[in-house]
Design a protein around this ligand. Structure first.
Ligand code: SAH
Length: 358
């Protein structure tokens, strides 16, 4: 299992410096410049490892575009805005979104498209669809404009840190070597303070695992601060839980099946559940309002996915009609993506409740 180049690199690192933080392992597995999972491939679709909402149906990006357009109009239709996507994958969501806002007079003309993307392979795919976009390695270089931003399945890919409650206190979980393989190991010395953990996790019983994502919190707070000072609105859509709770949610997926995250790093997608309560807290700390999270099914239904399904079906063949309806089901069904996935809205402080969050 240490027989791929990234596994060898990580094993050497551990031999030289000792066990590494889980967040470091996850960042290398996904983002190592030569061997990281996202850096080397297009992971989407039936032939890939997993399928995301925008790849299921154009309705997803269209409805998000209309949500952003509604916010743009409510904020007085500013003349220059940035339409931003974090982790745009193949660029499918953005192209559906841009088509939808083209029906809103003046919005396309006001908009510059900005992508935050680290993968060179996916940047190429995005460029093929949206040639006039501007690319960024991180949100720090986004322009000082009103930001109309979407992040779908972005936050679940950001590194997490884990702690386990022991008799001595909270000990960080590291990744060490166990014979030929990798395995979690606990730091011998507990944290001096549990201040980094959400309050709901602090009194957990011995053996429980607390998972946090400092990178996610920092990004959410920065987006909120930018929206607070320049205007705009954002939607974070991802799978995760509405309330902070303990538990190890790290998972790996390969060929549409679960895999062991500690085996063959760089060859499977590694993600963790998004803690929406902690994100909402960070957004408020950044000076903006956080709305929700609401379940994706309820959110898309409130935005009119049923009407859109009907409209698209009108000129469709029977088999196309079936595909459109099954896509609607996959996006909204409680046992499909409708409940596990959730939407969190960000708007400037003191505005009215955005669409879909009533
Ligand atoms: N939003 C797309 C893709 C989701 S997969 C969709 O819904 O289909 C995650 C995306 O985030 C990929 O484009 C990946 O390359 C990108 N990504 C992962 N970690 C990142 C990071 N730290 N900074 C920027 N982009 C990142």
């Amino acid at each position: 299992m240490t027989n791929n180049a990234l596994a060898q690199h990580i094993a050497r690192l551990i031999e030289e410096t000792g066990p590494i933080p889980l967040s470091h392992y996850m960042a290398l597995a996904l983002g190592h410049p030569d061997h990281g999972y996202y850096m080397t491939r297009d992971p989407f679709g039936a032939k890939g490892d997993f399928t995301t909402a925008p790849e299921i149906s154009q309705m997803f990006g269209e409805l998000i575009g209309l949500w952003l357009a509604d916010q743009w109009l409510k904020q007085g239709a500013p003349k220059r805005i940035a339409i931003v996507e974090l982790g745009p994958g193949r660029g499918t969501l953005m192209s559906d979104l841009l088509r939808a806002i083209a029906s809103v007079p003046g919005m396309s003309d006001a908009a510059e498209v900005h992508f935050v993307e680290t993968s060179p392979v996916l940047r190429e795919a995005q460029k093929a669809r949206i040639p006039h976009a501007t690319w960024h390695d991180s949100i720090t270089t986004l322009p000082p404009l009103p930001l109309f931003l979407v992040a779908n399945e972005f936050f679940d890919a950001l590194p997490v840190t884990q702690y386990q409650r022991t008799r001595q206190g909270w000990c960080e979980r590291y990744v060490g070597l166990d014979g030929e393989g990798f395995a979690p190991v606990l730091a011998p010395v507990p944290l001096a303070s549990d201040a980094a953990l959400p309050a709901a996790m602090r009194d957990a019983a011995e053996g429980e695992i607390a998972e946090i994502s400092p990178a996610s919190t920092a990004i959410a707070e920065e987006i909120a601060a930018r929206i607070a000072s320049h205007g705009g609105a954002a939607l974070v859509i991802d799978y995760g839980h509405a309330k902070s709770a303990t538990g190890d949610t790290l998972q790996a997926v390969k060929n549409h099946e679960y895999a062991n995250p500690f085996e063959a790093p760089g060859t499977a997608d590694i993600t963790a559940h998004v803690d929406f309560e902690t994100l909402a807290h960070a957004i408020r700390a950044g000076g903006a309002d956080a709305h929700g999270p609401v379940e994706q099914g309820a959110f898309l239904t409130a935005l009119g996915i049923d009407g859109r399904t009907e409209a698209l079906s009108r000129n469709a063949t029977p088999s196309q009609r079936q595909n459109i309806e099954s896509a609607r089901q996959r996006l909204t069904g409680a046992h499909e993506m409708g409940s596990l996935f959730k939407a969190l809205g960000i708007t400037p402080r003191g505005g009215t409740l955005p669409a879909g969050f009533a």
